[in-house]
Design a protein around this ligand. Structure first.
Ligand code: PBE
Length: 302
């Protein structure tokens, strides 16, 4: 009897060790389409900073699909930590699910695809809007006109982002872009009054996309004779800065979905100038080598 107990214990220990070892090694193994995805990545979606709209949307996705009920969780980190984890995973062809958005250089640098979102939790297409304080149109019509006329494409924005990602100072990258695109500069500034040293204060959230747009706008305004300052803030204070007239404008409003709650909250206190970029997108993304994972529903089913 004792011998038998010892035997059972030994077998159990070996079994446990083997399980732990497989569990550990599977976390660093290449993606295996013949095994369930969840256990291969500890049911974890790699996210970014807690305040981002994409994190709130992903919490909704956890409920709606229902991922949370199936052990899935969202890990908070930062854009920088997320993209570096992503780079490592891709290097070794490992499975990974991230919060992804476009425009962003991650889609240029890595072979990524968005997962289909049949429940439309992330909204179909996003725009980035420019918002201004109420009264800017009246107090500073020249700057307002330029803000209103500022519009560009995801690939133009990516041009600036890729420069800064390669280490170019954002201001220099913005300048390079304006020099390369004189026609755009003309469109944006057409019919607008010169600044003659008039101050403009822009606030932004320090996402790569808004570092790009805000620096370009600041350079454009400065070339037109305005004296522009830019200030990076978290998302909530950024919206508040416009609503309370502490700043003149911001080019950082991802709508209608990502920052939808803020627009709802501040609707009557800000001037929604309109989109500065169409065709933005927000969702969950995986590397293209995860061929059988194409929809958020596959996270549970496959
Ligand atoms: N983003 C980039 C932001 C907006 C811009 C998608 C990470 C967000 O989730 O709020």
């Amino acid at each position: 009897m004792r011998k038998k107990t010892r035997y059972v214990l030994a077998t159990l220990t070996m079994f446990l060790m083997a399980t732990v070892l497989t569990a550990c090694s599977s976390l660093t193994s290449p993606y295996n389409p013949h095994k369930k995805l969840g256990p291969q990545i500890n049911y974890t979606i790699t996210g970014i900073d807690a305040g981002a709209g994409i994190m709130a949307s992903t919490q909704n996705a956890l409920k709606e699909y229902p991922l949370a009920q199936n052990k899935w969780q969202l890990q908070t980190s930062s854009t920088a930590a997320m993209t570096s984890t992503l780079a490592k995973a891709i290097k070794y062809k490992q499975p990974i699910v991230v919060t992804g958005w476009q425009p962003h250089w991650m889609f240029k640098k890595f072979p990524l695809k968005f997962l289909k979102d049949p429940k439309n939790v992330y909204g179909s297409s996003e725009q980035i809007h420019t918002i201004a304080r109420k009264g800017l149109a009246k107090d500073n019509p020249g700057a307002y006109k330029i803000l209103k006329q500022f519009h560009w494409t995801p690939s133009q924005m990516s041009d600036v982002m890729l420069q800064t990602n390669a280490g170019v100072d954002p201001k220099v990258a913005a300048d390079n872009f304006i020099k390369k695109n004189p026609k755009l500069y003309q469109e944006w500034t057409k019919g607008a009054a010169k600044g003659n040293g008039k101050a403009v204060k822009l606030t932004y959230v320090a996402w790569d996309s808004e570092i790009a747009s805000t620096n370009v706008m600041a350079e454009v305004l400065n070339k037109m004779g305005y004296k522009t300052t830019i200030q990076a803030l978290e998302m909530q204070p950024m919206w508040a800065s416009i609503a309370t007239n502490a700043a003149d404008a911001s080019l950082s409003a991802w709508l209608p979905n990502t920052a939808g709650l803020y627009l709802k909250q501040y609707k009557d206190k800000i001037d929604d100038v309109g989109p500065n970029l169409n065709g933005a997108k927000v969702g969950l993304a995986v590397p293209k080598y995860m061929k059988n994972i194409n929809s958020i529903e596959d996270l549970i089913n496959k």
